[in-house]
Design a protein around this ligand. Sequence first.
Ligand code: FES
Length: 292
Amino acid sequence: MRTLPLLTAVERLEDAKQLDPLAGVVRGLVKKAVRPRWLRDVLHGVPLGHPLHPLMVQVPLGAWISAAVLDCLPGAEKQAAVLVGLGLATAGPSALAGYVDFSELHEQHQRIGVIHSTANAAAVGLYSVSLFQRLTGKPGGGRMLGFLGLGVVSAGGWLGGHLAFRQAAGANHAEDVPHRIQPGWQRLVRLDELTAGRMERRMLGSVPLLVLRTAEGKVNVLSDTCSHLSGPLSEGTLQIEGGVSCVMCPWHMSVFSLETGDVMHGPATSPQPSFRTRITEGTVEVCLPGAG
Ligand code: FES
């Protein structure tokens, strides 16, 4: 089947550097406006284990779609107005979660992201006027603007789908690791080749791993490919977070526990695959639970 011409146009937008100044302004504003790390983590969806934004947008979209259905029925003007208002009230928090995700994406994502958010902002404007008209006794105009708003927010949603499914923004970029690792214990590296306290990148078959020999003689092993957007964790920095030894990704500063792979701070929301380790005759062996 041939690709839609519209899709080809959107793919060109991914390379449209003219959008970078606008994306930079939005990114800067978001980073200034949402500073506390705990709040950014919540808005990214770290406690949920996946991005919060796609979940939150269900509310305004559902309200506006339902309002459009009621607008097609006689005698449901008040209920439709309530739903339009509900959509407007919940669009802001949903957008905020999306903007926080946007601020930690690659440039190609952000070029699509600014168009996505501009379309959604236009839809909010149309729905705001629609609600005003409904509340001031002009239900016909309110209905028309509502239908127009639904068309615009659908176009914005389509771009959101492009971001999520074509560009894999928000997806778990370490999901494939267990499928590429043999089950059971695998030999990885001689222990005496590792320097205590220095992160190293080692390959297990085709899978890059972050390996750290601790000062206490233990060995921590995680997938080296960051679950956020595939950054190389072994080029990151070691740090202690709440008494836990962690690695911070060099690309967007997600922080993972070296012991468990758990996400301590976003933008990543998925944990790093974490390997069990043992030393056999001076060789580090690793085993990934659930591999194969
Ligand atoms: S690639 Fe974005 S935080 Fe690691």
